[in-house]
Design a binder for this molecule. Structure first.
Ligand SMILES: NC(=O)c1ccc[n+]([C@@H]2O[C@H](COP(=O)([O-])OP(=O)(O)OC[C@H]3O[C@@H](n4cnc5c(N)ncnc54)[C@H](O)[C@@H]3O)[C@@H](O)[C@H]2O)c1
Length: 297
C-alpha cells in the first residue's frame, strides 16, 4: 500500500514520529507538514520529517490523500473548522488524539455528521517528551494503536489508515470511541492525574529537597509521567472528564480501604491488597508484552 501525499497537522512527538515511520516504511511518498508554530515546520523540514512545508492549513490539505491531525485534543474543533472547506472530497481524515468521544463530537460539529472517510485513531505509544525534535521512527514499533470505527465508516478509508499504522510497526485493534475513553481513563489518564498530584503534594512538604534528592528507582518510575506536557494533559483530562472522574472515584475508594487497613494495623488486609495488585500487574504485563515481543524480529 502506498499513499501519495500525507498531510500532518501538528508536528510534535506523535505527528513527527508517524511521518518518519511511514516514510521509512515506504508507505507514503510525500509528507506535507503544518504547525501553528512556524519554527516547528522549519525544524520538521530540516530533520527530514516533512518533505514539503506548508505555510497554511489550506496549503497543507488541499492536495492531500490522507490528513493526520496530531494537535492537542482541545484544538481539534478549531483546526478542523479552518481546514474543512479545503479537504478533497475523497481525502481520508484521521487523528491521533488521546480521547476519542470528544474528537468525534468535534468532527461531527464541524462536518454536520461524522464523515464516512473520517477514521478516529489513538496510538498507545509515546513518552514524556514533546516536539518534533523528540520524534523518532521506531516510536510505534510493537505498540498498540486503537482505531475507533463509527457507524458510517467507509471500510476502504479504515483499511488505508490501518495499513499506515501497521507500516509504522503498530499492532492495530478496533473498539468504539466510548469504550476507548473508559479503558484509557483507567490505564493512562488516571495514572497521569496521580503522578501530577503526587509530585505536586511532595513539593509542598518542608522536607521536599531530601525527598527529591534521595528518591531512587520507585519514585522515579512512578513519577516519570509527571514530566509530560502539562498543557497536553490538561486537554486530555478535560476532554475525557466524566470517564476520568469515574476512574478517580474508584481509586479514591481503594485508597480509603487501604487507609482503613493501615489505621487498624490490619496486616492481612494490607497484604491481601498488595498481593492482589502484584498478581494483577504481572498478568497485565504478560498480556501487553507478549504480542509486542512476538512482533520483534
Ligand atoms: N505524547 C504522547 O504520549 C501521546 C500519545 C498518544 C497520543 N497523543 C496525542 O497526540 C496529539 C499530539 O501530541 P504530541 O505528544 O505530539 O504533542 P506535541 O506537543 O509534541 O505536538 C503538538 C503540536 O501541535 C501543534 N499545535 C498546537 N495547536 C495547534 C493548532 N491550533 N494548529 C496547528 N498546530 C498546532 C504544536 O505547535 C505542536 O507542535 C495529542 O492529541 C495527544 O493527545 C500523545
Amino acid at each position: 500500500m502506498s499513499v501519495q501525499r500525507l498531510a500532518v497537522i501538528g508536528l510534535g512527538l506523535i505527528g513527527g514520529s508517524f511521518a518518519r515511520a511511514v516514510r521509512k516504511a515506504g508507505a507514503v511518498r510525500e509528507v506535507v507538514g503544518y504547525d501553528a508554530d512556524p519554527a516547528r515546520v522549519a525544524a520538521a523540514l530540516e530533520l527530514g520529517v516533512a518533505t514539503v512545508a506548508a505555510a497554511s492549513l489550506e496549503e497543507a490539505v488541499r492536495e492531500a490523500d490522507v490528513v493526520l491531525l496530531s494537535v492537542p485534543v482541545l484544538q481539534t474543533r478549531e483546526v478542523l473548522s479552518q481546514l474543512a472547506s479545503y479537504l478533497r472530497p475523497d481525502a481520508i481524515l484521521t487523528d491521533v488524539g488521546s480521547t476519542k468521544v470528544s474528537v468525534e463530537q468535534d468532527v461531527a460539529a464541524v462536518f454536520g455528521a461524522l464523515p464516512a472517510r473520517f477514521v478516529g485513531g489513538h496510538p498507545v505509544a509515546g513518552n514524556e517528551k514533546s516536539g518534533v525534535e523528540a520524534s523518532f521512527a521506531e516510536l510505534f514499533q510493537g505498540r498498540r494503536c486503537i482505531l475507533t470505527p463509527h457507524a458510517h465508516q467507509d471500510p476502504a478509508a479504515l483499511a488505508t489508515v490501518r495499513g499506515l499504522w501497521e507500516a509504522a510497526g503498530s499492532l492495530v485493534c478496533e473498539m468504539s470511541a466510548e469504550h476507548h475513553d473508559e479503558v484509557l481513563a483507567a490505564t493512562s489518564h488516571l495514572p497521569h492525574v496521580l503522578a501530577f498530584a503526587l509530585v505536586d503534594f511532595l513539593n509542598t512538604l518542608d522536607s521536599r529537597k531530601e525527598i527529591f534528592a534521595y528518591a531512587a528507582g520507585g519514585f522515579r518510575d512512578f513519577t516519570r509521567i509527571a514530566s509530560s506536557s502539562p498543557k497536553m494533559w490538561q486537554d486530555i483530562t478535560r476532554a475525557n472528564r466524566s470517564a476520568v472522574l469515574g476512574a478517580l472515584d474508584g481509586y479514591l475508594g481503594e485508597l480509603h480501604k487501604l487507609r482503613d487497613a493501615i489505621t487498624q494495623d490490619d496486616g492481612p488486609a494490607i497484604l491481601e491488597i498488595y498481593t492482589r495488585a502484584r498478581d494483577a500487574r504481572e498478568r497485565y504485563l504478560e498480556l501487553v508484552e507478549r504480542p509486542a515481543a512476538a512482533k520483534k524480529p
